[in-house]
Design a protein around this ligand. Structure first.
Ligand code: ZN
Ligand code: MN
Length: 498
């Protein structure tokens, strides 16, 4: 049977909880708590007669996101009421934005291509429901927490790209420090719209909306599953005929109750809040230029700069810019190394020249010890600098650069530094590491090896210089790997010449 080629069209809708001191329209703390219904007041409980008050911090954090993603900030926008009846909504409507979102457009750059955004708008979060056997419990702590809803264009082509896009978005959000964007905690929640069509066809066919994907893995797996399911329908000549809403149970998509259409929400402008326009920004002391200038360097730019400036490879740059803190750590170590190098009396040239000529060796050592050792020591998500400060790590790299420490000893020393949080000098002093600086001991071993191998020595003296490796090996054996092979070789060569 001939199988036709199909094209996948995915659009994502992301709800992001903003990290602010208080909720969107009241003074209740925006804070997680184990106790249900602790952070509530008449405003977020929707009691009659109360009025919402706009939280300036919410607007600023949403604007930062819009500016960072190069969206267009609306000159005029307002809040709308989205009406529906469900117990998670104490007021009977959700304050949201409908026709005039705060931000239009925007772009997220990923390694697998650009994703354009349709809009970013503000809205309040709803209460959490806990369904039990015969009843449902409601926790209103989450009601009224500020959200931004980020909607992409339907242009994502496959499940992996969707996942990569989300990961990049999370990284940007964390760099901006507007939310922790932890998917497990529900701070970043994703709904995915997906449909297929025969290649070349420009029409959009009825989609499946998969709700509440709460991990990157769930996003990728649910989309892969749904792509397969829809492809089979197409291949049987029976493509989806109407739009459905589904959940993801970990193995398959499960069709759920059909949702209200937009017209059922009876959107209308929120009369109790002022419009969000230039005048309001001014009144609130919000300056867009100022906000834009204050944005941090974003992950993509940082990755590119790391590659260009330090000569990192792609995946190394990716790893080292994973969090803003980690990237800052790396740059602090490099600046320490640079300062040390320039302070040496033996080097000549301008600071720039000295660094350019030597940075390669340092970067190589830095990568080796950071990626293969320090980052392995740190647990997931735990930042390195708490254990080994950048200053101490730079000192360690310098020690390795000067070959004062054999590699396997280096590993032990770094481990100790990590565990005790002490610097190199103190670790070397307080713990018994035999280093090659113990030249006397090493010298004796070398003499003994030369004495024991007269045939080899003869060969070397006749010009068979590569057999010297055999002697080096013998010394390494006798020192149980505590010596640095390069230095051993140098010392043997010196000894044989004298
Ligand atoms: Zn409240
Ligand atoms: Mn929403």
């Amino acid at each position: 049977m001939m199988t036709k080629n199909y094209e996948t069209i995915i659009g994502l809708e992301i709800h992001l909880e903003l990290k602010t001191k208080s909720k969107f329209f009241c003074n209740c703390p925006n804070q997680e708590t184990d106790k249900p219904n602790l952070n509530i007041c008449p405003i977020c409980m929707g009691h009659p007669g109360v009025l919402p008050v706009l939280n300036r911090e919410v607007i600023i954090k949403a604007l930062k996101l819009g500016l960072a993603l190069n969206g267009e900030i609306a000159e005029n926008c307002c809040f709308d009421r989205k009406n529906y009846f469900y117990p998670d909504l104490p007021k009977g409507y959700q304050i949201s934005q409908y026709q005039l979102p705060l931000i239009k457009g925007g772009i997220v750059e990923t390694d697998s291509g650009l994703v354009h955004l349709e809009r970013i708008h503000l809205e309040e979060d709803t209460a959490k429901l806990f369904h039990q056997k015969e009843s449902t419990l409601i926790d209103f702590n989450r009601a009224g927490i500020p959200l931004v809803e980020i909607v992409t264009n339907p242009e994502i082509k496959n499940a992996i790209h969707a996942k990569i896009f989300l990961e990049e978005l999370q990284k940007i959000i964390r760099y901006l420090e507007i939310s922790d964007a932890d998917m497990e905690k529900g701070q970043l929640r994703c709904d995915a719209n997906i449909s297929l069509r025969p290649k070349g066809d420009k029409k959009l066919y009825p989609k499946t909306e998969i709700k509440n994907l709460n991990s990157f893995k769930a996003v990728e797996k649910a989309l892969s599953y749904e792509i397969n399911r829809q492809r089979k329908l197409w291949e049987k000549g029976n493509p989806p005929k109407y739009q459905i809403t589904s959940g993801w149970d970990g193995y398959k998509t499960v069709e759920q109750r059909s949702k209200e259409g937009e017209k059922d929400y009876r959107y209308f402008p929120e009369p109790d809040l002022p419009p969000l326009d230039k005048k309001t920004f001014k009144e609130q002391g919000i300056n867009l230029e100022f906000l834009k200038k204050g944005l941090p360097e974003l992950p993509t730019e940082k990755r590119k700069r790391f590659i260009e400036e330090y000569g990192f490879g792609n995946s190394e740059a990716e790893l080292l810019t994973e969090t803003k803190k980690r990237a800052a750590y790396v740059e602090k170590v490099i600046s320490e190394l640079r300062a040390w190098l320039i302070s040496l009396e033996t080097v000549e040239g301008s600071e720039q020249e000295i660094w350019q000529n030597n940075k390669g060796k340092f970067i190589k050592l830095l990568l080796k010890w950071l990626i293969n050792n320090l980052l392995v020591l740190q647990k997931k998500n735990q930042e390195i600098d708490f254990k080994v400060t950048p200053e101490n790590f730079a000192e360690f790299i310098i020690l390795m650069y000067e070959k004062k420490l054999a590699n396997n000893l280096g590993q032990q020393v770094l481990n100790k530094m990590y565990v005790t949080e002490k610097d190199v000098d103190r670790v070397l002093k307080e713990y018994d590491f035999k280093t090659v600086e113990d030249k006397l001991e090493l010298g004796e071993i070398i003499l003994k090896v030369i004495e024991d191998n007269p045939e080899i020595v003869k060969k070397i003296k006749k010009g068979k210089s590569n057999v010297i490796k055999y002697l080096v090996g013998q010394v390494m054996k006798k020192t149980q790997g505590r010596a640095e092979p390069n230095i051993v070789q140098e010392l043997i060569e010196k000894e044989l010449k004298s």
